[in-house]
Design a protein around this ligand. Sequence first.
Ligand SMILES: Cc1cc2nc3c(=O)[nH]c(=O)nc-3n(C[C@H](O)[C@H](O)[C@H](O)COP(=O)(O)O)c2cc1C
Length: 218
Amino acid sequence: MAGEGKGAPRVLIINGSPHRAGCTATALAEVARELERAGVACETVWVGNAVKGGCMGCGFCAKNGRCVQNDIVNDLLEKFEAADGLVVGTAVHYASATGSITSVLDRLFYASSFDKRFKCGAAVVSCRRGGASATFDQLNKYFTISQMPVVSSRYWNSVHGHAPEDVRRDVEGMQTMRMLGRNMAFMVKAIALGKEQLGLPEVEPMEWTSFMDEHPRD
Ligand SMILES: Cc1cc2nc3c(=O)[nH]c(=O)nc-3n(C[C@H](O)[C@H](O)[C@H](O)COP(=O)(O)O)c2cc1C
């Protein structure tokens, strides 16, 4: 991992754009630069078009701790477990995250049985024109169901462009990315300190309520 030092906090960055060096990558690189400047080790993984399928709901992961579709998701499981923070970037496709990143995140979060609590999460989206905030909301759902604090910036974390040079000209978007990187560095360090000094809050056993028993069909 770039910027790695002994005991340095780590952030995993996943680029879910179909373009390895496109607009999303340009935004994520700006976040990574600030994280590394603050002494946080970063690794960026481009999932691109490597993933062919979404979650099949087969239950293999519950028994085996990994996905039955043995692809990049299983590599990401280990990296995610070792990370203190996760940044997920996507291009906006039809006002949503890309099919690839949706498949990856559904399977990554469903198959990960390790404790994700208090790993920080941040979403980054790139669109040409519209759908940024809907996509941003979509990605944040993975963090908030997992007790992962969401790191924010001064705006919703989006950049605009059709090509990387457009994104570099999106001065406000790039500033949002730099501030996100700095805020995330602060949050992962602050949470590490908090864990040391306060420990983690108590967890209640899961109450699994599907509203069926209370309302049986006639
Ligand atoms: C299939 C597809 C759907 C898209 N849908 C949208 C959209 O809903 N809104 C938008 O502003 N841009 C849309 N775009 C454009 C990309 O989101 C935008 O150019 C993005 O910045 C590209 O990032 P990338 O270089 O990382 O792929 C779409 C592009 C593709 C290929």
